[in-house]
Every structure is written in structure tokens, then in C-alpha cells.
Design a protein around this ligand. Structure first.
Ligand code: NAP
Length: 296
């Protein structure tokens, strides 16, 4: 069993840290705003007041923060008065970044970690808040075989599908593809529901039968009711999906490939955010799509 520093106890990080503690690891959790630490404390974990305290002597340092600059700040300590992972972790510790961030920056951060004698895995996840709560996440892992072998036991506590997809940065690239597929599905589901409502059909019945055929999907299962009920508590926020579609479009341009539907849905997600829906679940893209038809 390992000592695990866990930085970022938000919607995803908190249940993941709790599962690790319950699995017998010794988890030391840090969150920038202290009120989110309660669940970990109740599960028997230790709550600390700085990144430095969390990582001191830890075998594994798990990060689950929002965006690329946040991972960078937590790792380097820049803008945090030097309170960063790289300056305080013990030699040989393994950093596992569960956050969804840019693949190119991941490669640079992993290099900096290695120069400090640390292992590094990018391990973004999919499965949403429900997946985190049920320890049923899909974890897409980039890094060396050796680091993957070391991190596997920890990854399998939070994930049901854990796959090593390639060298450093590959996990983030696969996650960008994941976010393209999910956003496209949400947009098409929203269009289908607006279309069905336009005909006044029983939408709940329609969704039930659609779910049994080729149109069925995890997105339909988890998001159709939210759209039918106009109930968009997050979940996964529009702001975060907007961030991820920015990662996708930049990475696609970098690779010289085009993602026409991805670009369209990135614009729609940006419009949902600009319209004041950034803090709602990403299924609130429905509001925007409905409003294009003069409905909501
Ligand atoms: P969240 O609830 O907003 O949690 C983000 C956490 O990061 C908070 O604890 C926040 O601290 C911390 N944080 C952000 N910036 C920081 C900084 N500069 N320094 C220190 N701490 C910082 O978000 P989430 O939904 O858990 O998402 C976390 C990551 O998982 C994101 O990369 C997201 O894209 C990804 N993800 C989310 C889902 C989902 O369904 N929610 C699914 C898959 C992947 P404060 O409490 O102080 O703000």
C-alpha cells in the first residue's frame, strides 16, 4: 500500500481520493479551497494545508485540477510561493496527472518531472461524476511501460477500464478524441430532442426506443433525461468541455488533420458559454440548440 498525495478534491478528485483511501492507501489530500476536503476526511484520509505537505515523502502524487496552467502551477509552484510538487516530492515518486490538459505541455511537464528524478503518467479519465463515484472510470494512460507498471494498482482502484495507450502525452491525445466524440453526441442528441418536440411526440418514449438501437449511447443514457427535464446541474461543466474542445482543435491543427464537426461543436460550446451557461452541465448545450429553433 502506498502513501498518496492527492491535489484537487473537486467533483472528480474527491470521490477518487476517497476510493484510494478506502482501498487501504494512506491518502493526504490538498484542495485550494478547504471546504471540499470533508469527504476525504470522513473516509479517514488526512487533509493538509499545502501541496508541499501533501507530497512530502509520498510514493504517488495524484493531480486532478482543472486546466493546463493549473497543473503547471501545482507542479512548478510558480505563482504559489514555491508550493509545488517538483520542489517537494521525494526522489522516485510517481506523478499521476488525472486532469485533462494539453498533450504538448504534458510532454514538457513530464520531462521536468523526470529531471527531478520523478516518474510521470498522464492519465485523464472519462465516465463523469458517476464514473468517479462508482470507481468505474475509463483511464487512458500515457507514459513509459515502467511507470505504467508502477501506477497500475492505483489506477485500477479508480478505473474499470485502464489502458496504456502509448508514450507520454498519448493519454491526453486519446482524451481529446474522447471529448470530440462526447460533444458531437451531445449536440446531435439535443438536435434530435428539439426535432421530436417540434412534432409533439412523446419524447420520453422516443428516447427509450432510440436507446435500444444503433442510436443508443452512454451520452443518450446519461444526458437525455437532463434535456427532457431541462435540469442541468453539473456533472461536467460547459466551461471544462469548452477547454477540452480548445485542446482538440489546437492539437488537430498541430497534426495537420481536420475535424469539421469538431470545429462546429467547439463553436456551439463556446456560444453556450458566452450565453452564460458555463457553470451548467455540458448537456446544457441543449439550451443553445433549442434557441436556434426559437425553442427552449
Ligand atoms: P472541479 O470540480 O472544478 O475541480 C477542480 C479542482 O481543481 C478543484 O478542487 C480546484 O480547487 C482545483 N484547482 C483548479 N485550479 C487550481 C489551481 N490553479 N491550483 C490549485 N488547485 C486548483 O472540476 P472536475 O469536474 O473535478 O474536473 C477536474 C478535471 O477532470 C478537469 O481537467 C476536467 O476536464 C476533468 N474531467 C472532469 C469530468 C467530470 O465529469 N466532471 C470527467 C472527466 C474528466 P478549488 O476548489 O479551490 O477551485
Amino acid at each position: 500500500m502506498s502513501t498518496i498525495a492527492f491535489v484537487g478534491l473537486g467533483i472528480m478528485g474527491s470521490p477518487m481520493a476517497v476510493h484510494l483511501q478506502r482501498a487501504g492507501h494512506e491518502v493526504r489530500g490538498y484542495n485550494r479551497s478547504p471546504e471540499k476536503t470533508r469527504a476525504l476526511a470522513e473516509a479517514g484520509g488526512t487533509v493538509v494545508a499545502s501541496v508541499a505537505e501533501a507530497v512530502a515523502g509520498a510514493d504517488v502524487v495524484a493531480l486532478m485540477v482543472s486546466d493546463t496552467p493549473d497543473v503547471e502551477a501545482v507542479l512548478t509552484g510558480e505563482g504559489r510561493g514555491g508550493d509545488g510538487v517538483l520542489g517537494h516530492a521525494r526522489q522516485g515518486a510517481l506523478v499521476i496527472d488525472f486532469s485533462t490538459i494539453r498533450p504538448d505541455v504534458t510532454v514538457r511537464l513530464a520531462q521536468a518531472a523526470r529531471e527531478q528524478g520523478l516518474g510521470y503518467l498522464d492519465a485523464p479519465v472519462s465516465g463523469g461524476e458517476a464514473g468517479a463515484k462508482n470507481a468505474a472510470l475509463s483511464v487512458m494512460v500515457g507514459g513509459s511501460e515502467e511507470d505504467f507498471a508502477r501506477g497500475r494498482e492505483v489506477l485500477e482502484v479508480v478505473g474499470r477500464t485502464v489502458v496504456h495507450v502509448g508514450p507520454t502525452g498519448s493519454g491526453q491525445t486519446v482524451k481529446a478524441a474522447n471529448q470530440l466524440i462526447v460533444a458531437g453526441n451531445i449536440a446531435l442528441l439535443a438536435e434530435a430532442i428539439v426535432f421530436l418536440e417540434g412534432y409533439g411526440v412523446d419524447t420520453a418514449a422516443a428516447v427509450r426506443v432510440l436507446g435500444g438501437g444503433l442510436a443508443g449511447s452512454a451520452v443518450l443514457e446519461q444526458k437525455a433525461d437532463k434535456m427532457l427535464q431541462r435540469s442541468f446541474d453539473p456533472g461536467f461543466r460547459v466551461d471544462l468541455h469548452h477547454k477540452d474542445l480548445g485542446i482538440l482543435t489546437a492539437a488537430a491543427r498541430e497534426a495537420g488533420v481536420v475535424t469539421p464537426l469538431g470545429s462546429a461543436v467547439a463553436q456551439l460550446m463556446a456560444a453556450a458559454r458566452a450565453g452564460g451557461h458555463g457553470d451548467l452541465d455540458h448537456s446544457a448545450l441543449f439550451h443553445l440548440i433549442a434557441s436556434l429553433s426559437g425553442r427552449d
